[in-house]
Design a protein around this ligand. Sequence first.
Ligand code: ATR
Length: 273
Amino acid sequence: MKKAFVIGHPIAHSQSPLIHQSWIAEHGLEASYEAIEIAPSDLAGLVARLRGGEFVGGNVTIPHKEAVMGLIDEVDPLARRIGAVNTLVADNGKIWGTNTDYIGFLANLDAQASGWDEALGSAVVIGAGGASRAILAALVDRGVPRIELINRTLGRAQALADEFGPTIVPGPLSEIGSRMAGAGLLVNTSAVGMKGTQFNGLDLSPLAQGAVVTDIVYTPLITPLLAQARAEGFASVDGLGMLLHQAVPGFRAWFGVAPAVTETLRNRVLAAL
Ligand code: ATR
């Protein structure tokens, strides 16, 4: 019996068990995937259980994504660059960690808006937190020539630009209108638009015709930003796909099977939100 987990604090809201358990059933595997509530003081103990062979690996979510890096044997270069680990794999008593948000973000755009990066002149990214780091790395590696990084706190955007390279141009929220001019991709990585937060409405008209608008928030699935993008004729990509696609590499590493992100799975998770 191969066992995997998702750890966090809190963890009750996580959709990861539903995703992985669906794949386990689909492939008829002798395996389990469970959510385990782990307080920060218990993180080292959980890592010791993983090292001891109780589990084949697992996912890591808030607030452990940074702290776990200091407790494992190897952090891959991508996770080190992003500064967070969300997937652990046990391999012969050693534990390595990676970050699958990067690939989840790209795979979701490729699936829902194929060709999004062809002839893309510039992209606008809103937010400069942890999620933004994975997305900036992904966009830089895909060769997006210019990334306007807009954040409420300009200093945080400036710090990310210094870190992720000269194609990233930081700016304050007040400049978002001018920074959107001609952009072919708009990504919201900030909490704005999530259930319970305020969204003041953006003028999307400066974006390039046919631009893709995506939000990493998926509660609600159609955020106010995505609703507005749809109404104004832009392509919209919801954040649920990123959640599904980021789960693929872990499942493959733990159980040796490449799972598929299907409409059935998407609907199952959607019903549980
Ligand atoms: P995550 O890891 O999900 O990216 P985070 O590190 O807390 O979360 O980052 C949240 C992002 O949302 C930040 O860019 C934050 O802006 P600040 O850097 O200025 O704090 C942004 N954010 C959160 N609430 C916001 C709001 N009400 N208006 C504008 N930006 C907001």
